[in-house]
Design a protein around this ligand. Structure first.
Ligand code: PMP
Length: 349
């Protein structure tokens, strides 16, 4: 169709993880939280819908002021350094749009989040990928990297390891463009890069409420960056990108840090138990700073195990990418779910 941009008409769109629409699956393929969000979140949504739902007649606060204020207090930054978005995916998209004109370069680590490639393709940006060394550093990262933006997924997905802060600082000073630290999983880790944003003007940290806050269904993301960068992101976003229910849910979720600590603590405990059990079954497991494990069976045939689990209605993630095909990415579910998985894996062999 000549109406369409040729590259858009011919591109392969992003394929998100399989979301079965019927009950009966143990679903461990998209790193969702097995526990519900804070009861405060549910109460805040109910309050927004109070009475006949008249509040929905009016547009939401286009600037998400209250949500940004709560996030800014939590992170210890001025609200001018904080932006909220419709999932961190929206932030990743708008960061590319804000920095890289058509034909300009963005970089990221491979393997990491494959959506960066799709977003770059939509923008017409060129992509340069960097591999990993055995000890999880970036292979051949130049002394000076001139790409317009570099995405550093830390903790890494799908492998689960985290980059150390002094290494992130070194990368920030080697980048002449933005260094975006995608911290989607950081609440499950021991450290984060927020403080580095004050010291490096090209550093941006993105967060999501989809994983640790159990709000994948609400679509909420946050970023911390210099006010000039936040202002540019504000210029290009859809004006009413967060609806009233999402805003109310986000504020309540961030305010209930006790709930966050409790659920994250449970998931981390389960993660360590499952990692140990998998190793006992002969699996190679990467130490995880996330709510998932990347684990490879003894015969290195991830596909075989994926299919055997699928037949038992257990959904994990297998990547056909040759760098990853030997293993599986398994989200951490409840203890009861993980017991079913471990029993199935022992049987599958
Ligand atoms: N970054 C990484 C590394 C992710 O795995 C995900 C979730 N798939 C996202 C960002 C996007 O998260 P959100 O739900 O906030 O759009």
């Amino acid at each position: 169709m000549s109406y369409l941009r040729k590259d858009i008409a011919e591109m392969a769109g992003y394929v998100p993880g399989f979301q079965p629409q019927e009950e009966g699956w143990i679903k461990l393929n998209t790193n969702e939280n097995p526990y519900p969000p804070s009861p405060q979140v549910v109460a805040a949504i109910r309050e927004e819908l109070e009475g006949d739902g008249a509040a929905l007649r009016q547009y939401p606060d286009a600037a998400s002021r209250r949500l940004r204020q709560v996030a800014a207090e939590l992170y210890g930054f001025d609200p001018s350094w904080v932006i909220a978005a419709n999932g961190s995916d929206e932030l990743l998209n708008n960061l590319i749009r804000a920095c890289a004109a058509e034909g300009e370069e963005i970089g990221y680590v491979h393997p990491s989040y494959s959506y960066y490639a799709t977003l770059a393709a939509i923008q017409g940006a060129r992509v340069r990928t960097f591999g990993l060394t055995e000890d999880f550093r970036i292979a051949d990262f130049p002394q000076r990297y001139d790409g317009r933006l570099f995405f550093l997924t830390s903790p890494n997905a799908p492998l689960g390891f985290a980059f150390a802060n002094d290494y992130i600082e070194e990368l920030a000073s080697r980048c002449t463009g933005l260094l975006v630290v995608d911290e989607a999983y950081v609440d499950f880790a021991d450290a984060n890069a927020l403080e580095l944003v004050r010291r490096h003007e090209n550093l941006v940290v993105t967060r999501t409420l989809s994983k640790s806050y159990a709000l994948a269904g609400m679509r909420l993301g946050l970023a911390v960056a210099r006010p000039e960068i936040v202002a540019a992101l504000d210029n290009i976003r859809d004006h009413y990108h967060l609806d009233r229910l999402a805003l109310a849910a986000g504020e309540a979720a961030l305010r209930d840090q006790n709930w966050l600590r409790a659920t994250v603590g449970r998931i981390r405990t389960t993660r360590e138990r499952v990692a140990a059990e998998l190793r006992r079954l002969g699996y190679t497991v990467i130490d995880s700073h996330t709510n998932f494990l990347f684990a490879s069976p003894p015969d290195g045939d991830g596909r075989r195990v994926f299919e055997a689990l699928f037949a038992r209605r257990i959904l994990v993630r297998h990547f056909s990418d040759p760098l990853l095909a030997h293993g599986l990415r398994i989200s951490i579910g409840t203890d009861a779910e993980m017991n079913v998985v471990l029993a199935a894996l022992a049987e599958i062999g």
